[in-house]
Design a protein around this ligand. Structure first.
Ligand SMILES: [Fe+2]
Length: 292
């Protein structure tokens, strides 16, 4: 996997400050842009061609708030960061396990296994990219795997029922239940379901998550036929056992930016209440050339 080193100048602590995660201090943003222009262009290029890039941020003494600002700044340079949920409207999410959650959870709230999925698959327009920064890695486990859409298509060709699977993925709108934290009420009183095909017609974009579909089917089993449910579960089993995967274990100060439409990601379970990642999702509607 290709990686890029980024470092913030030492004087950053004297000038930067953070207010409610909003991107500020534009004057200094432009100075940093000038300093890091080559590296940022390389990040764009790698993302466009490979769909994933690792960023190694040079260790420094500046505060965690400055670091968060910098991560938001990178995403704002590359595209448009989004508010992920409808209530808090936060752009930067702390990903750390929470205790005693009594609702339909999403993977980032818990320490269990997160099967292969794309983020925001339950949304009309899933974000094109997301950044994951590792602040405190899990002591043990918590390994991630990535799967590319091209390797999924390759595997489908090898399957005896490959044509049926591809037709199902291209044509059948499957129901994805919205995890409670992303609903209007933040709890199980809102049942929100969004229907979409898993693969786009041209096979260039994917959205997928096994449990959000299974949860939707518990509520409304008639949304798919028995044959479609069999194909859906077969596809999950194929992804889990037969599709090529690349594994990654992020260390502190490392981050990944992933194309959320070309790659699925998977995280093994972990046991470490201190594990902490930061996540920012963003769209690339406009590939900015400079912060404005
Ligand atoms: Fe995810």
């Amino acid at each position: 996997m290709e990686s890029i080193h980024l470092s913030l100048p030492d004087w950053i602590d004297d000038y930067m400050y953070l207010t409610d995660e909003k991107i500020i201090a534009k004057k200094y943003s432009n100075i940093i842009w000038d300093l890091l222009a080559t590296e940022l262009d390389n990040i764009k290029e790698i993302l466009n061609t490979k769909g994933v890039v690792k960023i190694l941020i040079e260790k420094s003494e500046y505060s965690e708030d400055i670091l968060k600002w910098f991560l938001l700044w990178i995403c704002n340079y590359l595209g448009i960061p989004t508010y992920t949920d409808q209530v808090q409207k936060k752009m930067l999410w702390n990903i750390t396990p929470k205790e005693n959650i009594n609702r339909f959870t999403t993977f980032s709230e818990v320490d269990g296994e997160a099967l292969l999925h794309t983020d925001s698959q339950f949304s009309p327009q899933p974000e094109h990219y997301f950044l994951l920064y590792c602040s405190i890695p899990a002591n043990i486990w918590g390994i991630s795997y990535l799967v590319e859409i091209k390797d999924i298509l390759e595997e489908i060709k090898k399957e005896i029922n490959g044509n049926d699977i591809l037709k199902f993925l291209n044509e059948v709108k499957v129901p994805f239940r919205v995890p409670s934290i992303f609903t209007k009420t933040w709890d199980d009183s809102s049942i929100e379901i969004y229907k979409s095909t898993i693969l786009s017609k041209d096979n260039k974009e994917i959205r997928f998550r096994f449990d959000t579909v299974e949860e939707a089917l518990k509520i409304a089993p008639n949304l798919l036929t028995d044959k479609e449910i069999r194909l859906f579960r077969y596809f999950q089993e194929m992804l889990e056992h037969r599709v090529k995967k690349v594994n990654i274990k992020l260390k502190s100060w490392e981050c990944l930016i992933i194309d959320n439409k070309k790659l699925l990601h998977w995280r093994t379970a972990f046991e470490d209440p201190n594990r902490l990642l930061y996540r920012i999702r963003f769209n690339n509607n406009i590939w900015k050339t400079k912060l404005c």
